[in-house]
Every structure is written in structure tokens, then in C-alpha cells.
Design a protein around this ligand. Structure first.
Ligand code: SF4
Ligand code: SF4
Length: 374
């Protein structure tokens, strides 16, 4: 017995696929499936989080609709994956936000931006808010550095703790010992697979679109988004080092490392999400889970808002628009942090954990196949 109808359907499909095995070269899902004869809810959550929704197995399948077997692995695993985010959410009271995720993210962002704008208007007279602030510490004349650290450090810490509890439940459910998370070979392999999105290539042809023509565009835009996000994170981290280790206060000159990293990352985080949105419209609805559309789009738009407001702040920081732009950017980033455990952001964390497990299983299988050393 499975906890939901979606899990029962995923079990049925994995049982059919396990007899067929035609798709075993396409991605990690099928080899991981072949290591099992039955599928617990945890196994199905693990397989679902290995799936990159490239769609290849739907088009390759001789049993996909209108065949009576009705095999649609991408759509059912996408649904299973979506449900797993809610199932492992911490605290569990927030599980429901995955059902109306687009609305939740939009409200959280609107409230956060409104709170920062209201705070700036309430705490500053118009001359300060709309004044021109330049030189070291210009931003902190509108929001003191200690307050910024308290607000954003607290929100980020909360996100890490909430995601950590979610991963702990997932890890327990899939029956994996915590020692695997310290296995350097498995982690190294998972990092390599995640860094190049190895399993989004549909077995080499690319990601499938509405016209059943595979392309690599989704992978390229995902790379721009992911590495753009990492560069922006690196920019914030180096700015923190500049502040505490070198005693240099923001805003920095355009040639300083935090600005260079933030600019390149911000541009990637504009082009990538726009490309992902465009690629989304070209996907075949048959391979998608329509219930997660709001979640997917809300996350992409949230990343886009973060980069747009950040780049606008960089461009206009020495003008009277800086105060309002700073409030807007901080409001968006704060919303991004606090909603991280309850939106599409978690897909990267669960997928990485699944890839770590897959690397360990795959290695164990290789060892068993080659037999013990003489
Ligand atoms: S998706 Fe279809 S073709 Fe591929 S393994 Fe499953 S049943 Fe076979
Ligand atoms: S949609 Fe792509 S990644 Fe997912 S199971 Fe099918 S082939 Fe694998």
C-alpha cells in the first residue's frame, strides 16, 4: 500500500519498466530502478528526485498513451517529486504551501517588499530616502549593517535548518545511512553529475520539446541560472570578507571582486531564467505535472526579480533612486531566503542527495559485478 495514488501509479510504472528495461541507457532513474524488485514510498521519492524530466523515455516508450498501459514516466515522476517536497517539508505545517506555491511565493514576495519599503519610508525623512549617498557605508545610512546581518543571516540560517530537517527525513525514508553523506567518492561523483546536469540530456539527444525535437537549450539556460546564482552568492560572501577581514565597506568599485562576481552572476541570472521561461512554454504538456506549474514559474520569476533589482541597484546606486531600489532588492532577497525551503529551490538539494545515493549504489553494483579482488 502506498500513501498516495500518485505513488501507487509510480509503483505500477516502475514495475512495467522493470520488465521492459528499454530505457536503461537514458538516465540514472532506470539503472536505479533495476536494482530493486519492489518499490517503497521512499524508493519512489528517490527515483523521482533522480528524474530531470527530459521527456526522452515518454517519446521512446512503446507503451505511452494511447497504449492501454498508459506509461508516462516523466509526468508521474514529476508529480511524485512535487509531492515529496511537501511530504518532507519542515515544519510539516508548511507542507500545504506546495499545493498553491505560486500564490504563496507571490504573497511572500509582495509582503516582504512592502515591509522593506514601509520600513524605509517610516525610518527616514524624504531627504535621506531620496538623497544621493556615495562612498563607503552609503547603503548602511539607509539600513545599518548590523540590522542587515541580523535579518538576512537569520533568514538564511532558518532556510538551512528547515532544508536540513527535510533532507534528514528524506534520507531516513530512502533507508540510507548518514555515513553516505560523508562518502567523498559518492559526493564527488554527484557534484560532477549535478554540475553538468548529466541526466538532462535525454541519453545524449537533449531535452524533448513539444514538437518531439530534442534540444540542449534547457540545459544551457539552467547552467546560466545555476552558475549565475552561485556567482551572486560568491559575491555576497566575498563582500562579507571585505567587510570583516579588510574593513572595507560597501558599495565597492566596479573593479572590486564582489561587484565583478555580482555583475557576471546577475547577467547569468537574467538570461538563464528568461531562457528557462521560454523553454517551459515549448515543453510538451503531456510530460509535465500541471500542478507544479505555479511553483516552477514563481521560482524562475523570483530569481529574475532578484537579478533585475540587484543590477538596477548597481547601475543607479549613486543616484536618488538608490534608497527605493535598495528596499526593493532587499525585500526580494529576503523573500527568496525565507521561501527557499518551501519552493522550487529544494529540487536542487533533493536531486543532489539522490545523486549521492545513486553514485554509491552504482559503485557497489560495479564492485559486485566485477567480483571480489583475488
Ligand atoms: S518507459 Fe516504456 S520503453 Fe521505457 S522502460 Fe518503461 S516501459 Fe519500457
Ligand atoms: S524523463 Fe528523462 S530523466 Fe526522467 S526518467 Fe525519463 S529519461 Fe530519465
Amino acid at each position: 500500500m502506498h500513501a498516495t495514488k500518485t505513488l501507487a501509479e509510480a509503483d505500477r510504472l516502475m514495475t512495467v519498466c522493470n520488465s521492459c528495461r528499454y530505457c536503461e541507457g537514458l538516465c540514472a532513474v532506470f539503472p536505479a530502478m533495476e536494482m530493486r524488485r519492489s518499490f517503497s514510498d521512499g524508493d519512489l521519492a528517490y527515483l523521482a528526485n533522480l528524474c530531470h524530466n527530459c521527456g526522452a523515455c515518454y517519446y521512446d516508450c512503446q507503451f505511452s498513451p494511447p497504449h492501454e498501459f498508459n506509461v508516462n514516466v516523466p509526468a508521474v515522476l514529476a508529480k511524485t517529486q512535487h509531492q515529496s517536497y511537501a511530504h518532507y517539508a519542515w515544519p510539516s505545517a508548511f507542507a500545504g504551501v506546495f499545493a498553491r506555491n505560486g500564490l504563496f511565493i507571490a504573497l511572500a514576495t509582495a509582503l516582504s517588499v512592502a515591509a522593506f519599503l514601509a520600513g524605509f519610508v517610516a525610518w527616514h525623512d524624504p531627504a535621506t530616502l531620496f538623497g544621493t549617498h556615495v562612498g563607503p557605508g552609503a547603503f548602511y545610512r539607509l539600513l545599518p549593517h548590523n540590522m542587515m546581518v541580523l535579518l538576512f543571516g537569520g533568514a538564511f540560517l532558518y532556510a538551512i535548518v528547515a532544508i536540513g530537517f527535510g533532507i534528514r527525513s528524506f534520507w531516513r525514508d530512502i533507508g540510507e545511512p548518514t555515513a553516505t553523506l560523508r562518502d567523498p567518492t559518492a559526493i564527488g561523483s554527484a557534484i560532477r553529475d549535478a554540475a553538468r546536469l548529466r541526466y538532462l540530456d535525454g541519453g545524449g539527444a537533449g531535452c524533448m520539446n513539444e514538437n518531439a525535437k530534442p534540444t540542449d537549450t534547457r540545459r544551457i539556460y539552467h547552467h546560466l541560472t545555476f552558475y549565475g546564482f552561485l556567482l551572486c552568492f560568491a559575491s555576497t560572501s566575498t563582500a562579507t570578507l571585505y567587510h570583516y577581514l579588510l574593513g572595507l565597506q560597501a558599495p565597492y568599485s566596479w573593479w572590486d571582486l564582489p561587484v565583478l562576481l555580482g555583475t557576471v552572476g546577475g547577467i547569468g541570472l537574467v538570461i538563464g531564467p528568461i531562457g528557462l521561461l521560454a523553454a517551459k512554454w515549448r515543453r510538451d504538456p503531456a510530460v509535465l505535472d500541471e500542478t507544479r506549474y505555479g511553483m516552477d514559474v514563481a521560482f524562475i520569476l523570483m530569481l529574475l526579480l532578484t537579478s533585475f533589482t540587484g543590477l538596477a541597484l548597481l547601475a543607479l546606486r549613486a543616484t536618488p533612486a538608490m534608497g527605493i531600489l535598495l528596499a526593493l532588492h532587499l525585500g526580494v532577497v529576503f523573500a527568496l531566503f525565507i521561501t527557499m525551503p518551501y519552493g522550487k529551490f529544494v529540487h536542487g538539494i533533493y536531486r543532489f542527495a539522490a545523486l549521492v545515493r545513486y553514485a554509491k549504489e552504482h559503485r557497489a553494483l560495479g564492485t559486485a559485478a566485477s567480483g571480489p579482488p583475488n
